[in-house]
Design a protein around this ligand. Sequence first.
Ligand code: HAM
Length: 414
Amino acid sequence: MSFKAPRGTQDILPGVTEKWQKLEKIFSDFAKKYGYNEIRTPIFESTDLFQRGVGEETDIVSKQMYSFESRGGEGLTLRPEGTAPTVRAVIQNNLISQGGITKLYYMGPIFRYERPQKGRYRQFHQVGAEAFGSTGPLIDAELLEFASNFLNELGIRYKLELNSVGCSECRPVYRANLRDFLKSKLPELCDDCARRYETNPLRILDCKVESCINSVKDAPYITESLCNDCSEHFIGLKQYLSVLKVPYVLNPKIVRGLDYYTKTAFEFIAEGLGSQSTVLAGGRYDGLVKELGGQSVPAIGFAAGIERLIDSSSEKSLEIENNKIIYFAAIGENAKLIALPTIQKLRLNGIRVEYNYENKSLKAQLRDANRFNAYKVVIIGDNEINDGVAVIRNMIDSTQEAVALNEIFINITK
Ligand code: HAM
């Protein structure tokens, strides 16, 4: 019998994990520069949190959650996104001070039962950032600048698509207008959109089915019916983005697949990723903290899929620096006993050392040294022990020298 990783999941193997580590470091360094501190929330949360936070009618909640009952009978769900858990943690731990700004970032696995394809997995990973406590558009602009600079650092070529999805004042009016417009087109809509017509007609705008795309071609845009507050916010955001030189295009069809968004909504679309090309996305969610039991606190955030970031990043940006490896070719038990304390000391001083645990010949050990791409090999055999020396071979220029056994460490670290 043989086992495989579950469909839609993948092993991240040595040689690739180094890229992940580098990406995570680039992200956390950026986040800190913009004032974000790291939060780590549980991998599973109560199912109600997502039903309430993300919305019962969304695809994520209605079709994609990994939900289960614990042995104690609690309804739990593997997190399908990071925003609702962050909001839950912020409320539970009182992280928002009156009038203050709280900025948090996170990284980790996310679970969605989706149809797997390139760039779309059932277990994937996000880096994300959430900022609480500011109503005005400056924080939106700063967050978008942070996201753009992060993608620039990874050498990703992208387009930022921007929209405003209104608020609880203006969206119901728009929803009614859109429904009126779509009424005569109902027979042409796909089954999902026929249902969305009742539950969430805005989602019809970004359906990928041909007949639905045709049906919404001349639909009214939400940006035409924003209330004064949302409209001014959007104008302010665009002005700040121009000053910060963050390029964007307006896309009034962006609605996002999660129900919590208000005002600003955006997606960064990367070049060369095929159909799953949104690398980073997010928006403002001014009602969510209250919805989940906290004070009324405005917030905005984004998340990016690490797999998609890695696929679209430039070769150079995540290049792995070669680890400098020293190989110890100790031939025979006596040589090993002499070599071990030095090997230990080198490692404690931050140097990576490899050696052979069995009794391989010198030739076989030199082959290993090559496989490890060692830049220096220390050879100790019976002859060397008799002479009280070790031979240190420089693998780069093929020179070698004999050094006293008690001077190996000094010689290598000089
Ligand atoms: P989202 O658009 O659902 O937003 O996901 C964000 C990013 O996660 C996507 O742009 C994509 O890069 C990646 N992603 C999503 N699904 C998959 C998948 N099945 N396989 C691989 N990558 C995927 C959110 O999750 C919101 N919580 C973002 C946010 C934060 N909004 C405000 N704050």
